[in-house]
Design a protein around this ligand. Structure first.
Ligand SMILES: Cc1cc2nc3c(=O)[nH]c(=O)nc-3n(C[C@H](O)[C@H](O)[C@H](O)COP(=O)(O)OP(=O)(O)OC[C@H]3O[C@@H](n4cnc5c(N)ncnc54)[C@H](O)[C@@H]3O)c2cc1C
Length: 315
């Protein structure tokens, strides 16, 4: 029986696994190996790794885990369900090839499966996403500073996002794609700050080789830009724990305490699956380390309590 199964090998899961490994915890890391940031060539804002390729960051993390004999890394495997058992949990895993199915018994589970995102439905958006159109302003606006930019979205926070983004450019157009998400009052306030609002439905993005050059509107007008940001919709990638049913926010994010503990004893979560703050790799990695510390404390407290010692050995 393993002590912890970590589900998801992004920054949160890799960081948690490293810290669990160093606490002598037997840990199995299961990763479907489909990172959300695969669309981008370079990741920014991770201390000592600014501008690194996302795949390289993962490779470096895997190299660091390799010497730890108490870590088993199941790559390209997908967790299909997590069930509660008298001793903890049973984690069902499927591979990409037949015969790779297995069930892992474990005391605790850490969910770090991140998000799946849906982009505004524009025919060519995937050709530019991660190249010159991004979703994370903190990660990518610096590289587009001072340029004519688009902010495209259909979420209620669009005006606030525009104000935030205007720190990096004074040539910003907000495209609502004909959705009613920017009020007249907000439009007036944005106009006073020099930010234009375009309410016409978008036909597509235009450009070449990943470099967006204009937003083509359905009325035939074309608005020149040199980069842009979108507000995607997000789905928390945890349908496989629906039977356990931990507490979630209204948007489906997992509700956790400061140590990543969900409402289900023994079930932890970290990174983008938890109630959102900034979605950045270093924040996910930090949350993974915090969850690892809480798991180690909880495992050790139970072990000591089972031997009749202190009920709570947390330091
Ligand atoms: C285009 C783009 C660019 C970005 N650029 C930056 C940047 O420059 N700097 C920055 O700091 N952040 C950036 N981000 C955000 C950053 O990628 C995320 O905040 C971060 O990766 C979240 O880490 P995580 O570990 O929570 O989840 P993820 O990195 O999403 O990792 C989740 C992992 O879980 C796996 N998984 C999912 N379901 C299962 C399952 N059922 N079984 C097994 N495994 C599963 C996935 O395959 C994936 O490998 C970017 C995001 C995007 C989309």
């Amino acid at each position: 029986m393993s002590e912890v199964v970590v589900i998801g090998g992004g920054p949160a899961g890799l960081s948690a696994t490293l810290n669990l490994a160093r606490a002598l915890v037997d840990v199995v890391l299961v990763d479907a190996s489909r990172p959300r940031n695969a669309a981008t060539l370079r990741s920014h804002g991770f201390l000592t790794r600014d501008g690194i390729r996302p795949t390289e960051l993962r490779s470096l993390a895997k190299e660091e885990l390799a010497p730890y004999e108490n870590v088993e890394f199941l790559e390209r495997r997908t967790v299909t369900s997590v069930r509660r058992t008298p001793d903890g949990f049973a984690v069902d895993v499927a591979g990409r090839a037949p015969g790779q199915e297995q069930s892992i018994a474990t005391r605790a589970v850490l969910l770090t499966t991140g998000l799946t995102e849906s982009l505004p439905a524009l025919p060519s958006i995937r050709a530019y996403y991660g190249m010159s159109v991004f979703s994370c302003v903190a990660c990518d606006a610096w590289d587009l500073r001072g340029k004519p930019l688009a902010l495209i979205g259909e979420t209620d926070d669009l005006a606030r996002r525009a104000v935030h983004l205007s720190r990096w450019t004074d040539d910003l157009t907000v495209f609502t794609n004909a959705s009613p998400v920017v009020s007249d009052e907000e439009e007036a306030a944005l106009a006073a700050a020099g930010i234009r609002v375009e309410r016409t439905r978008i036909a597509d993005l235009e450009g070449e080789r990943g470099a967006v050059r204009s937003v083509l509107l359905q009325d035939g007008r074309s608005v020149p830009i040199e980069g842009g940001f979108v507000r995607p919709g997000w789905t928390v990638a945890t349908a496989f724990i629906d039977d356990i049913d931990p507490e979630r926010s209204g948007d489906g994010f997992l509700v956790v305490d400061e140590g990543g503990r969900t409402s289900i004893p023994g079930l932890y979560a970290a990174g983008d699956v938890t109630v959102p703050g900034p979605q950045q790799m270093i924040i996910a990695a930090g949350a993974g380390a915090r969850a690892a510390a809480a798991i180690v404390d909880d495992l050790q407290s139970s072990a000591v309590a089972a031997r009749g010692g202190l009920a709570d050995a947390r330091g």
